[in-house]
Design a protein around this ligand. Structure first.
Ligand code: SF4
Length: 457
């Protein structure tokens, strides 16, 4: 029996893709290997957001070179953001990645996962990899995910769309994953229903711009959602999933959202639906209109500010987190100061701050000079991350001191339980009972920068 190991990098979307990859490999007859070194097929599900994520993949190639020197027969696959063209080392037209590492056997675009068997046979015509004829394995979204990213069956990611139409100038996703396509609504509802009937309490809907579900050019041309009339497909989807509260669904969230698609109707739906968590991750990326324009983010700080005001009015106490890129091409001191002030003004409770690094193939890499020095990027990152973000996160945590929150336990080692509250705060507490996958009341006794501590009530 052949074995596989998948090394996953990046966002929740990549982890969800890995769950589909696992299903597909298991259908081909592969078993999960306990470790990287014991696998016959090693797959890297990559992320291109930061250079460091790519560097880690290349670092593993050195280990693979050593494994091969010891005569281990391995098939190496790179998939995810780093790949543009599905191909094997023997394909007539190969992905550029084959020029950067000798250890690569197959490059695979994520949504072309069903091509993996054919590429593996191209590599080794004698291999016993079966022909896939099942309809459920021919289309990426029809492949059932293993839902193995979480430790308990109480939580699950459900992918609702793939690709992106937004073309932010720094981002590779529209090229690596292609244009945005929404998944069939009935298939999503079927997957959610099965999950809930199987004990799932928290569903996170995921997509590159999850709140533009059903609004892409492709969806419009296909007229897939015409039956909804004026209703936004994403709101309809949320309402339908929310009905699963009668079967045991407690929490529903979604990520990542794009500010352009945060409509008033969506905010109203978030306020009214029973299962929606009082938490939203809404990437702003910069707090200066000139920077946003160069990034092609297609909204202004004024528009973003209005959304936050409406969200806070409709859902009092909502936790809002964001993403910021510092040191983007041409970012002046004044522009950075505006971003810093905007972060302060918006009172973000959490944020993922990254330093811009050029990604080959993006619009920014081709047309906008990466002219901010590494030292300045680091200085700006330190100022925002170490100064403001820490303060904001601690302040946000302090509002829960003495309060009882509901924690879904995500991991438990001995007595140490770790989970998330309804506001998506990480909470740690002790319990002698087995609580993995349970939602339990915890009284908060200590608020630290990145974590809350409490006692089981
Ligand atoms: S919205 Fe922008 S940053 Fe997000 S995936 Fe699309 S192009 Fe990339």
């Amino acid at each position: 029996m052949s074995t596989y190991h998948i090394q996953t990098y990046g966002c929740q979307m990549n982890y969800s893709d890995t769950e589909r990859m696992e299903s597909y490999l298991q259908a081909l007859g592969y078993d999960k290997a306990p470790s990287f070194e014991e696998a016959d097929l090693i797959m890297f599900n990559t992320c291109s957001i930061r250079q460091s994520a790519e560097d880690r993949v290349y670092g593993h190639m050195r280990t693979i070179e050593q494994m091969r020197r010891q005569h281990k027969k391995i098939t190496v696959v790179i998939t995810g953001c780093m790949v543009r063209k599905s191909s094997s080392r023997y394909s007539s037209e190969r992905d550029k990645l084959f020029n950067t590492t000798r250890e690569l056997d197959i490059a695979l675009r994520t949504e072309e996962l069903p091509k993996l068997a054919a590429l593996a046979r191209e590599l080794d015509p004698e291999s016993k990899i079966p022909e896939i004829k099942e309809e459920s394995l021919e289309d990426y979204f029809k492949i059932s995910p293993t839902h193995s990213s979480h430790q308990s069956k109480a939580q699950a990611f459900v992918a609702i769309s793939n690709g992106c139409d937004k073309f932010c100038t720094y981002c590779i996703v529209p090229y690596s994953r292609g244009r945005e396509k929404s998944r069939d609504i009935q298939e999503i509802l079927k997957e959610c229903t099965q999950l809930v009937e199987n004990g799932c309490k928290e569903i996170t809907l995921i997509g590159q711009t999850v709140n533009s579900y059903g609004l892409s050019q492709y969806d419009k041309e296909e007229k897939t959602f015409e039956f909804l009339g004026e209703k936004e497909p994403f709101i309809y989807l949320l309402e339908e999933i929310d009905k699963l509260h009668t079967k045991g669904l407690v929490r529903l969230s979604f990520t990542s959202s794009h500010p352009k698609d945060m409509s008033d109707q969506l905010i109203e739906a978030m306020a009214n639906l029973k299962t929606i968590m009082p938490y939203l991750h809404l990437p702003v990326q910069a707090g200066d209109n000139r920077t946003l324009k160069r990034m092609n983010r297609t909204y202004t700080v004024e528009h973003y500010r209005k959304i936050i005001e409406k969200l806070r009015k409709a859902i009092p106490g909502i936790s809002i987190s964001t993403d910021i890129i510092v040191g983007f091409c041409g970012e002046t001191d004044e522009e950075f100061e505006n971003t810093y002030k905007f972060f302060d003004e918006m009172d973000f409770e959490h944020g993922y701050i990254s330093q811009y690094s050029e990604r080959t193939g993006t619009t920014a890499a081709r047309f906008i000079k990466d002219d901010i020095s590494e030292a300045v990027k680091q200085e700006r990152w330190n100022k925002l991350n170490d100064n403001l973000l820490r303060q904001k996160s601690k302040k946000a945590h302090e509002r829960f001191l003495g309060k009882t929150v509901q924690v879904l336990v995500e991991s438990q080692e001995g007595k140490k339980c770790l989970g998330r509250s309804e506001h998506f705060k990480t909470v740690q507490f002790q319990s002698g009972r087995k609580l993995l996958g349970e939602i339990v009341p915890v009284k908060i006794t200590k608020a630290m920068e990145w974590i809350l501590e409490g006692e089981l009530v």
